[in-house]
Design a protein around this ligand. Sequence first.
Ligand SMILES: NC(=O)c1ccc[n+]([C@@H]2O[C@H](COP(=O)([O-])OP(=O)(O)OC[C@H]3O[C@@H](n4cnc5c(N)ncnc54)[C@H](OP(=O)(O)O)[C@@H]3O)[C@@H](O)[C@H]2O)c1
Length: 241
Amino acid sequence: MRKVVIVTGSSRGLGREVALVFGRSGWGVAVNYLRSKTEAEKVAEEIMSSGGDALLIRADVGELVQAENLINAAVARFGRLDVLINNAGISNEGLLLRLSENILDETLRTNLKGPFNAIRAASEVMARQGFGHIINISSITGVKGRGGHSAYAASKAALIGLTKAAAIELAPHGIQVNCVLPGYMPTDMGEAASDKAKENALADNLLKTYSEPAEAAFFIFNLIYIKSVSGQVFNLDSRII
Ligand SMILES: NC(=O)c1ccc[n+]([C@@H]2O[C@H](COP(=O)([O-])OP(=O)(O)OC[C@H]3O[C@@H](n4cnc5c(N)ncnc54)[C@H](OP(=O)(O)O)[C@@H]3O)[C@@H](O)[C@H]2O)c1
């Protein structure tokens, strides 16, 4: 039986690369999107033609019912759930004093409530199985903070706290929960950052290089095979934290 992964927000960017690396290894992949249907269809096609199996699911992970539908649809189709990657995220720049309440709410809804919803639904399935691995994609901004990114920093810091609490609660059920900080990547989100934010991302970076989504995806895929690790935060660039 194929192993199965759900990758939230896998129509573009890092999520796309993660979905493809699992697909190339023959996994069943639930490809989740919100707005980018055409891009998500291409990801699913690429998985099917590279030896994997794909199920395309539109869901806004910030809505509990939709997150539950995402998990349930994947389990109904593939019959099991080995891995959940909470990758879907949004970022908004803006000074704290001028940040609207709407932006704060939307950022927390997507970046924190989304993973929370998906973890709740997935952990029920994984607990019944007695195994599973959940990886949350946070950011170094959640550890160090960053001017102009207060809502994003708050959401990503909270996601690290959620990772640790979930790891403690779910370990007795055989479920691992870890967190990855992928580094600054030139995805749509990365490219949308201001020039100042891009410069700052390199300033403390010992190797003076940006991170590649495909390399982060490779790390995430290999982390799945380490059975002794849970509740940890892995930084994937050369900024020392
Ligand atoms: N890029 C960076 O430099 C960087 C650095 C550190 C951490 N990260 C984190 O890495 C993750 C991926 O970032 P990225 O750079 O690949 O971003 P991206 O290129 O902007 O892609 C974001 C993905 O999230 C999906 N998404 C957004 N809101 C969603 C929702 N409510 N429900 C379901 N899917 C939703 C989008 O789907 P649709 O297009 O279909 O709507 C898209 O597939 C994020 O969590 C981000 O915070 C990124």
